[in-house]
Write a protein that binds this ligand. Structure first.
Ligand SMILES: Cc1cc2nc3c(=O)[nH]c(=O)nc-3n(C[C@H](O)[C@H](O)[C@H](O)COP(=O)(O)OP(=O)(O)OC[C@H]3O[C@@H](n4cnc5c(N)ncnc54)[C@H](O)[C@@H]3O)c2cc1C
Length: 331
């Protein structure tokens, strides 16, 4: 049905990270269900070790786009990737929905005059084409679209949906590596990246947070302060349930649930949270939920991947002490 599938992998800090490996799984699976050839596109020069990482996912080929410091000019990189897709007869372009991928995707789509679907969560193939479900803007937009392949498509996949599955049916490969440079470099970009500031988990919007530790009514003032200290030490975000918000301990932007934020972190730790439907409705798309509650019958447990029946007054001091010793003493 589709032409070639291009999967964009950017190797942040020079490493094939969890997102990159998840994308390779995703690309390999899409190629399998569409019966299409696929390859990886990267702006990075890969080492032998990185090549072996790609090979484990059966990547048949890697094209490195060459063009100076393209990573600092996303508009130029996007146009260059679009030119590569056009030259390759690619009809499906897959990117991660992170800061870079979400910037590149609209540029590629506009340059190719392709359709674009951001934050796709599942894809399956039926007689009508590729059936794609997306959940955008922290779950506020949910829809399913069918792509019939008649027009190129650019998709972004949220990093939380990228699991690094090594499929038994995929044979390890030694990818063919090629460097590609467009015949004419796109014109100078209006915007250039001059520096990168990582998001601060203490202030980041909870809908974007990767890891959230949340406090419920089972926390008292002492354990709540310990939790905040733990979050600061481990550099993760913290959230609260409605009763905790009602106590005035945090701003509304920290409240998680149906009337608060709908969150989709990789990891959600629910501490002293009963698991009402109003709260669970806002966390159910988290990749992994772990709950601690002193009531073995608390409704949070059937909604969690892992649960611990324990008293927070014992657990939190212990966690805090472990965190402090792991990072070499309290800052
Ligand atoms: C229209 C509507 C909208 C709502 N929207 C939201 C929303 O967006 N978000 C939200 O969170 N709620 C919302 N609520 C409220 C919701 O229904 C629940 O009341 C709330 O989620 C319960 O919060 P909780 O789990 O912190 O408290 P509780 O239900 O009181 O649970 C506290 C838990 O802590 C455990 N516990 C107590 N002491 C300890 C200890 N020492 N160690 C370990 N565990 C302990 C208890 O066993 C208990 O399970 C909404 C309600 C309504 C009606």
């Amino acid at each position: 049905m589709a032409g070639k599938i291009l999967v964009f992998v950017d190797l942040p800090d020079g490493e094939l990270d969890e997102t990159g490996r998840g994308l390779l799984s995703y690309g390999s699976r899409l190629a399998g269900i569409l019966g299409s050839p696929w390859e990886v596109v990267t702006p990075i020069v890969c080492s032998g070790e990185q090549m072996a990482g790609f090979g484990a996912y059966g990547v048949p080929a890697i094209t490195r786009v060459d063009g100076g410091s393209l990573l600092d000019t996303p508009a130029l990189l996007g146009q260059t990737l679009a030119a590569l897709a056009a030259a390759n007869g690619a009809t499906l372009f897959v990117l991660p929905h992170n800061a870079l991928g979400a910037t590149l995707a609209p540029v590629i789509a506009a340059t190719l005059d392709a359709a674009i679907l951001t934050e796709i969560v599942t894809a399956s193939h039926d007689a009508d084409g590729l059936r794609i479900a997306r959940q955008a803007l922290g779950g506020r937009v949910a829809e399913t679209k069918v792509w019939d392949g008649s027009r190129p498509l650019v998709v972004t996949v949220p990093t939380r949906c990228l699991s690094q599955v090594l499929m038994p049916t995929v044979r390890p490969s030694t990818p063919a590596v090629e460097t590609w440079r467009p015949a004419a470099m796109p014109a100078e970009a209006a915007a250039r990246v001059t520096g990168r500031i990582p998001p601060d988990p203490q202030t980041v919007d909870l809908t974007e947070a990767e890891v959230i530790f949340s406090a419920g009514k089972g926390c008292d003032a002492v354990t709540f302060d310990m939790l905040k200290e733990l979050c600061r030490l481990l550099n993760v975000s913290f959230g609260v349930t409605r009763p905790v918000y009602d106590l005035g301990w945090t701003g509304f932007e920290r409240m998680v649930g149906q009337t608060g934020r709908t969150v989709t972190p990789r990891f959600y730790l629910a501490l002293g949270i009963s698991g009402s439907m109003h709260h669970v409705g806002g966390i159910k798309d988290s990749r992994r939920i772990v709950a601690v509650n002193n009531d073995a019958k608390a409704p949070i447990f059937p909604n969690a991947d892992e649960g611990f029946v324990a008293d927070l007054k014992e657990v939190l001091p212990h966690l805090l002490a472990r965190a402090k010793s792991a990072i070499g003493g309290a800052p």
